[in-house]
Design a binder for this molecule. Structure first.
Ligand code: 6GU
Length: 243
């Protein structure tokens, strides 16, 4: 997968994308991360990337020309996604990560919080994403969050045949079951007996029940989109779920 990032702070990259799984994905050739300085596409004397707002008011607005020129200069397939990162965007979820992970090329435009000229939204970006209901000063960290979430989904990125993905909290649409490692007794706190039995069917059943119970307690909102078997529904109803 090829990723282009347009930013006025290229020095923020690779940052956390230079370590761990994402670094490995790049070294393995699964992810090609290209960071571009928007300022390189500004041709006025001071190479400005923002300007005051028409109509007045505080705060600067990102100028359209450098952003259009930057995107147009990229080697990218026509029609590939151009994602504008702003707090007004659609909420980025695991669903969106899965969708983007199937693209060959994705371009991210890191907006600054004060604003981006509306014509970038209308005529350059193909979509607008936000990572949550809070305000960041710019889209750079949001882009890193998204690239991290997408890169680990690329086939081969996690190793082990990517089976670890199946039990992820949001992949399964449920909250993950509790995990334990050695020792079986830690300062008197015991690992549940069933996990020590080697009975794979019993363990799978216990884990599923724990996932359902935790989801009901912590994130009942997830249950409406979860894939639930008739058995799951029975368990949830025993736990007091009323859908
Ligand atoms: Cl994508 N950008 C900014 N500036 N703030 C955010 C955001 C993005 N997502 C949540 N808050």
């Amino acid at each position: 997968m090829q990723v282009h990032v347009l930013t006025i702070f290229p020095e923020m990259f690779p940052g956390p994308l230079g370590a761990g799984i994402v670094e490995r994905a790049q070294k393995a050739g699964l992810l090609d991360l290209n960071v571009h300085n928007i300022r390189d596409y500004a041709h006025d004397r001071h190479r400005t990337t923002d300007d005051t707002a028409y109509g007045g008011g505080p705060g600067m607005v990102m100028r359209p020309e450098p952003l259009f020129e930057a995107v147009e200069s990229l080697d990218r397939p026509a029609g590939s996604p151009v994602v504008l990162l702003t707090p007004q965007g659609k909420l980025f979820t695991q669903r969106e990560a899965e969708r983007l992970s199937k693209e060959q090329t994705v371009t991210f435009i890191c907006g600054r919080y004060e604003g981006v000229d509306e014509r970038v939204r209308q005529h350059l970006a193909t979509e607008e994403l936000s990572i949550g209901d809070y305000v960041l000063t710019g889209g750079e960290i949001a882009t890193m969050v998204i690239v991290e979430a997408v890169a680990r989904l690329l086939p081969g990125a996690l190793g082990h045949g990517d089976e670890a993905l199946l039990d992820d909290t949001h992949t399964s649409r449920l909250v993950q079951y509790p995990q334990y490692t050695r020792p079986s007794d830690f300062q008197g706190a015991q690992v549940p007996d069933v996990l020590l039995t080697g009975d794979h069917a019993a363990i799978a059943k216990w884990r599923r029940r724990q996932s359902l119970q935790r989801t009901l307690e912590r994130r009942p909102d997830l249950l409406k989109d979860a894939e639930l078997s008739p058995e799951d529904r029975k368990v949830l109803q025993e736990l007091g779920w009323t859908d």
